[in-house]
Design a protein around this ligand. Sequence first.
Ligand SMILES: Nc1ncnc2c1ncn2[C@@H]1O[C@H](COP(=O)(O)OP(=O)(O)OP(=O)(O)O)[C@@H](O)[C@H]1O
Ligand SMILES: [Mg+2]
Length: 522
Amino acid sequence: MVMMKGEQWSNLGSTMAAIMFVYAMFRQYFPPQLQDYIFRYGKKLSNFMYPYIHVTFDEFIGERMKKSEAFSAIQNYLSDKSSANAKRLKADVVKDSQSLVLSMDYNEEITDEFNGVKLWWSANRTTPKTQQFSFYPGADEKRFYTLKFHKRDRQVITGIYLSHVLKQGKAIAADNRQRKLYSNGAGQGWLGNRSSTTWTHVAFEHPATFDTLAMDAKKKREIKKDLVTFSNGKEYYAKIGKAWKRGYLLYGPPGTGKSTMVAAMANFLNYDVYDLELTTVKNNVELRRLLIETSNKSIIVIEDIDCSLDLTGQREEKKKKKKKDDKNEGGDPIGAMSKNEERKESEVTLSGLLNFIDGIWSACGGERIIVFTTNHVEKLDPALIRRGRMDNHVEMSYCRFEAFKVLAKNYLDIDSHPLFGEIGNLLEETDMTPADVAENLMLKSDDDDDDDDEVETCLKNLIEALKTAKEEASKKAEEDARLKAEKEQKEKEEAEKEQSVKEDVTQDAISAKEVKENGVIH
Ligand SMILES: Nc1ncnc2c1ncn2[C@@H]1O[C@H](COP(=O)(O)OP(=O)(O)OP(=O)(O)O)[C@@H](O)[C@H]1O
Ligand SMILES: [Mg+2]
């Protein structure tokens, strides 16, 4: 054995010596130009033997371990291709998504064709051969995709194919993406004090759509058109020099579908929803930070804006009153502190909010819809709802016949019924919210056999409810009229009384003057 090893070594030694000798001869006897020539042709020869180019795409880029956008896009693109082509597939539940995604297994190669050019993709991974114990098995694993193509196709691949892959991959990601509902909750600082608020999210799974939304069909069409124009309007907004965002004000009585409309908008556009609770936002700075943290393709909602902020035009008076209170409580430091803390609850001001809507920061990112909902549009400061801030004012109103038909179709699956005529008339005369109408249309059992009976019962119940509501409304109107008349009568009486008192006083004054001047007593 040892002999053999020694023999091998001596063989290797002599081979090396032979190579060195040949190389020395080559350098000595061939002029440098010829050497270059030979090297060039040597390379050409090897290129000829292996004419392919390999490009690798790593999963992570940079030192900060940022996930490569290209890798994700390629992953999506290939999962779409490979489910049809590859033989060995890997099934994965993509994070934040409920659907199973099939992608090609490691070391599997799939062929793609683009404009007549053939190319090959393969998924690879390398695991460093360390013996170190790792808390996260697989964390050291490096994953990458390799693209192989013929070097004559270089132009096509680097020019258009790769950008095509990235675009397709991103489009697939947008389709598969699980939308999120964000809300801003007060965080807890590590010393127990209230820290700044941050966005937390859950999956957004509201089933409302424009089809299930009961409202005037024409209005609905207009809103849908407006939304589509907005979401396709990137170039247009850039051209006119306006930030790519749009404001909606939804107003109407409680239960008319304002919140439902927001969900329908998000589902229609495939946007995320940010539900902004203004009362937990400490101040304008925090408001701005929260805004900057929102992603594009999102709807930012502030519900019941009239309750979240004091926007009724009486701000100044209140502030003055507060200042007065402060002065009075000079001797009570603890009280003053708690008052201060209370005030910290929300120092968001109208001007802060306006900056939030149309200040320069609001343009960051773009593609955002801001929705305000309110029950009392008349209470809002006109500055807040002028066009340009709130571009689209949508009134959500009581349920009329057309809206009822949508609800009847959704809830009872009927397009017409003999009772529709009566319901239609009642709905024109009575104000009932879609929420109340819908409540009456809910089927109480899921038995298919007596469906027709149940539909009829539901509609009859609705008629009863409408009649009751109508009676109540007329009673209320009567009562209101009575109270009004009483009030007017009272005011009239008071005015008369005042007048007579005034007259008496004047009469007395005249008499007193006469006495003084003439010394006459009647
Ligand atoms: N226009 C509508 N179309 C379909 N369903 C509706 C409509 N309006 C109300 N509803 C039903 O009534 C319920 C309450 O509606 P929603 O929460 O959207 O009202 P809202 O206008 O936001 O009320 P609030 O002012 O009290 O917030 C919803 O769950 C929905 O099922
Ligand atoms: Mg609501």
